[in-house]
Ligand binder design. Structure first.
Ligand SMILES: Nc1ncnc2c1ncn2[C@@H]1O[C@H](COP(=O)(O)OP(=O)(O)OP(=O)(O)O)[C@@H](O)[C@H]1O
Ligand SMILES: [Mg+2]
Length: 623
């Protein structure tokens, strides 16, 4: 579709300075291009076209206006610094009219998509960035100037370049030039199908008005890098540009075992815990970075083994942790924390051996294995005054005791106490009933003992500070832990801990700084862009209808925004719900019906909130 460049609102835009004076008329009925209608029709100046022409002329004169133009094979590649300092990148294949584009806030930032959708000032879409197409038109104009194939356009551009906007006399001539240039390109774009190839300017932009994205992967591979720079200087597309080299990209099929630290052999039960990563998985950069840090530091004195992934629900933190396990060739286990998590949820507990005994009636009243002994120092005690905390634990005041030393001691004491209490109780009960006991370990203990990758989900919700202290000790360089059985285990050198945490989780407090400070690397995972989401659901569900998927993705995005604005926090609407919606839609063929029991039902338990979401986000888009 070629219309996206010529939406009505784009004709309302003012000409760029210095042409934005009242003397320069932006609408005329006395001129037209040779491709246009007979003179007498109205010709309006298209400001994005004039911006593009000015930008190309300036770049050609060597002015540093942040515009760079080059060729990558047959493709025109463009970079343009926008007025807000962001960098727009566009590629244009004149043969087919295909564009790709993306926006960077800085050379190392992630890529946001380039949309020509009109920005709305009200409602759910408010504040969304929208682009006027100048970067795309720069590619078109540059291509025209390169190929020099249209005399009228070239002549007008040359005249335009010589006219001085400061000179009042020129206003009329400038206005005419602008109108003819705008009309020339407009006609050749709009009628490309009927014009001959020497004249036609092909433009293919999806009706969604989202220009297909340039992808980080191809960018890193240099797929868009110019092999010929025509004017200006590239920052993003330049081969070997900063940030680009640092990133590595991996295909999912190459991931398994790529970052294994050691030649280990696993028992079949362990082997089964090593995740296999589905073909649809798009390997995120964070995964590669974490894996390479872990592997590269393997032989150092302090290998990096603790990592954190932080981000909104459903962005792929858990999938990321599983992908890392696959890449490191480690069994994956996970531990989900709750407000009520206790130390024994981390370290395991001693339970009656109920084999052959009916569970409930066979239960023996054991005291809870842990043990918030009042003599134990609190998190604050340790942070404020490690020396005194150490004294509480050992009876010896040590001025030089570090926080870490106290954590380690504390863990030892907790383990010891657990062991003592449990064995005392056990003995008691054993004597009375002959009941036998068995120690049940936890994923954490397994991971520590045998060198697995452990995902700890949401430690930030743990209410009991003592448990956080225990967790910290485990994360530390902690060399050993005493289990409630009295057994002391050492942290296996291969054990990798990935803490995942959700920053907009309802009821989620800020992650305790003491946990963060024990992380070697902390990555924030952003929401995927709409195009990424479309690509993901598409590959997961096999649903092939891009337009339907784009619509569904935009509804999900609207819902997220609405929930944020109106503080609906008791449910979720993200990738997972989107996948269910798409799957259900493929079965029911009814987008609205499927929405009701997927995205709508999971968004909130409150019928009033659900009605609000239905009316504001779903019905307006899906009739
Ligand atoms: N890299 C990826 N490529 C394709 N799809 C992905 C990717 N990462 C995640 N997904 C999809 O997103 C869904 C949610 O991912 P995941 O469970 O990892 O999110 P999460 O961040 O752990 O969420 P939560 O905060 O709720 O625990 C996955 O089931 C999968 O469908
Ligand atoms: Mg998760």
């Amino acid at each position: 579709m070629s219309k996206p460049l010529y939406q009505n609102h784009l004709y309302q835009l003012a000409l760029p300075a210095p042409y934005d004076s009242e003397d320069i008329a932006q609408s005329r009925n006395d001129v037209a291009s040779v491709h246009g209608l007979a003179v007498g029709g109205r010709v309006k100046t298209h400001a994005p076209t004039i911006r593009a022409v000015r930008a190309v002329l300036d770049a050609r004169s060597g002015l540093n206006t942040g515009v760079a133009i080059g060729m990558s094979g047959e493709t025109v590649v463009v970079e343009r610094m926008a007025s807000d300092g962001s960098i727009e990148v566009a590629t244009y294949a004149p043969e087919t009219g295909q564009f790709r584009a993306g926006i960077f806030t800085d050379p190392n930032s992630t890529i946001t998509h380039y949309s020509l959708k009109k920005a709305s000032t009200r409602g759910v879409g408010a504040g969304k960035k929208s682009k006027d197409g100048t970067a795309l038109l720069i590619a078109i104009v540059a291509n025209e100037m390169q190929t020099n194939r249209n005399t009228e356009l070239m002549d007008e551009i040359q005249v335009f370049d010589r006219l001085d906007a400061a000179d009042e006399e020129s206003a009329e001539a400038i206005s005419k030039c602008c109108a003819v240039i705008s009309d020339n390109i407009y006609r050749r774009v709009i009628s490309a199908d009927t014009l001959n190839d020497n004249v036609a300017i092909k433009v293919e932009i999806p009706a969604s008005l989202n220009v297909p994205p340039i992808t980080a992967q191809k960018l890193r591979l240099g797929a868009y890098s110019p092999d010929m720079v025509i004017m200006g200087e590239f920052t993003i597309l330049q081969k070997g540009a900063p940030g680009k080299n640092a990133k590595v990209v991996i295909n999912v099929e190459d991931l398994p075992g790529k970052y294994a630290f050691s030649e280990r052999s696993f028992a079949p039960s362990e082997q089964a815990l090593i995740p296999s990563i589905p073909a649809w998985y798009v390997v995120p950069e964070e995964v590669v970075k974490i894996c390479s840090h872990a592997k590269a530091t393997s032989s150092s004195n302090v290998p990096m083994r603790n990592f954190m992934l932080r981000g909104p629900a459903g962005v792929g933190k858990t999938e990321g942790a599983r992908a890392m396990a696959a890449a490191m060739n480690l069994p994956y286990v996970s531990l989900t924390c709750s407000a009520n998590s206790e130390i024994y949820d981390l370290l395991g507990q001693i339970l009656p051996d109920v084999e052959g005994i009916d569970g409930a009636s066979g239960m023996v009243n054991l005291p809870p294995p842990i043990l918030h002994s009042p003599e134990l120092p609190s998190l604050q005690d340790i942070q404020m005054d490690p020396g005194t905390a150490y004294e509480k634990l050992t009876g010896i005041y040590d001025e030089d005791a570090t926080e870490d030393a106290v954590y380690m001691k504390l863990l030892e004491v907790i383990g010891q106490q657990a062991y003592e209490k449990v064995s005392a109780a056990k003995e008691d009960v054993d004597n009375q009933t002959g009941q036998r006991f068995r120690y049940v370990d936890t994923p954490l203990v397994q991971a520590m003992k045998h060198g697995y990758l452990l995902e700890i989900q949401e430690p930030s919700v743990i209410a009991n500070p003592g448990v956080l202290v225990g967790l910290n000790s485990l994360l530390d360089g902690c060399k050993q832990i005493t289990l409630p059985t009295g057994e002391t285990i050492h942290r296996h050198p291969d054990t990798v801990v990935v803490v995942t945490t959700n920053y907009d989780y309802a009821g989620c407090r800020d992650v305790n700084q003491s946990v963060i400070s024990r992380m070697n690397l902390v990555f924030d995972i952003d929401e995927p862009t709409e195009d990424d989401m479309v690509a993901r659901v598409k590959s997961i569900t096999g649903c092939a209808d891009d337009e339907d998927l784009s619509l569904m993705v935009s509804v999900v995005k609207d819902i997220q925004l609405r929930c944020h604005e109106t503080s609906i926090t008791d449910g979720s609407c993200g990738m997972r719900e989107l996948v269910s919606w798409a799957q259900s839609y493929m079965i029911t063929n009814n987008m609205l019906e499927s929405a009701k029991y997927t995205i709508l039902s999971s968004v909130s338990a409150d019928p009033v909130d659900r009605a609000d979401i239905l009316n504001t986000c779903i019905l307006p888009k899906i009739a």
